[in-house]
Design a protein around this ligand. Structure first.
Ligand code: MN
Length: 295
């Protein structure tokens, strides 16, 4: 069965949190993977990272990593100093993920997150070329550290370079490394793709990670996305990789602000209810995997 995971900020509204507490919680609920923002690793001592790693190993939970790249480190920037600084910054993050024994780095990690201040016609190509130039260098560090770089296609309000599976595949092909692949996220696909099924078929064996979230960014099954179509397509391309859910449901805090959550989305916002909802999510995805012969 595909490994199933959850993003840590389903529970917390700051990006840096008590990771060990949530490793235990995710494991108790039954998840295989806990995903979280990679940037806090840069501030951690080796002793702290060792402690996290030890706990994850003992619990038997895999840690995967994501990031929304700070515009100050935009590796697609026209400003060569910002671009080069970004390359060094991302190399250091990849090294930290490698130190943790991590295998995947996801997110908007090929350009500044929500950096869309560009001429809509003439500007995009130059940024794309800058990003590719940067990535051909960063991916060497990924290769050296056994990390796979997951190029996540995100909706138009969060990035201008890669909105669709087609653009993500073209980007990964242009970088040309065994350590780069495509990440599709149902929340973003719902906005940008003509068809969930066709996007997944197009990504095919380039697909190295998969994020789930409903149209309202609640857990799958809590909005109107057709997850039967999605899991059927994942089965049809023979996807055996990780599936990590990324619900963002709480107003407030830096996460609520960064993700634009302007109201509480669950009928009950208590921690107990949140845990029950995570249980529901795991069960929902397990049933989908069984239904489409992936279990
Ligand atoms: Mn995502």
């Amino acid at each position: 069965m595909n490994k199933l995971g959850i993003f840590i900020n389903f529970w917390e509204n700051t990006w840096n949190v008590d990771h060990i507490k949530y490793m235990k919680k995710a494991k108790d609920i039954g998840f295989d993977i806990l995903e979280f923002q990679a940037q806090p690793l840069l501030e951690m001592s080796h002793a702290h990272m060792d402690e996290m790693k030890k706990n994850a190993d003992e619990l038997g939970i895999e840690l995967t990593y994501s990031l929304g790249l700070d515009p100050r480190f935009d590796v697609s920037s026209k400003d060569e100093q910002i671009r080069l600084g970004g390359v060094e910054y991302l190399k250091r993050i990849v090294e930290c993920v490698g130190y943790m024994g991590g295998k995947l780095l996801s997110g908007v990690s090929y350009a500044g997150w929500r950096c869309c201040d560009v001429d809509p016609v003439s500007g995009k190509q130059q940024l794309l070329e800058n990003s590719l130039k940067s990535m051909r260098e960063i991916v060497r560090t990924a290769e050296d550290n056994g990390v796979t770089y997951c190029v996540e296609a995100v909706n138009r309000f969060e990035g201008c370079l890669i909105n669709t599976a087609k653009e993500a595949v073209a980007y990964a092909d242009a970088v040309d490394s065994p350590n780069i692949g495509v990440l599709l996220d149902t929340y973003h696909m719902n906005i940008e793709e003509d068809s969930f099924r066709n996007a997944i078929l197009l990504a095919g064996d380039k697909l190295v990670n998969f994020h789930t979230g409903d149209n309202n960014r609640r857990c799958p099954g809590r909005g109107h996305i057709d997850f039967d179509e999605i899991f059927q397509a994942l089965a049809d391309v023979g996807y055996t990789g990780r599936i990590v859910s990324e619900p963002f449901v709480a107003q407030g805090g830096e996460v609520g602000k960064n993700i634009f959550v302007w109201r509480d989305l669950e009928p009950d916002m208590s921690p107990e209810y949140r845990d029950k909802e995570a249980e529901y999510l795991l069960h929902y995805e397990q049933e989908m995997l069984k239904k489409y012969g992936m279990a």
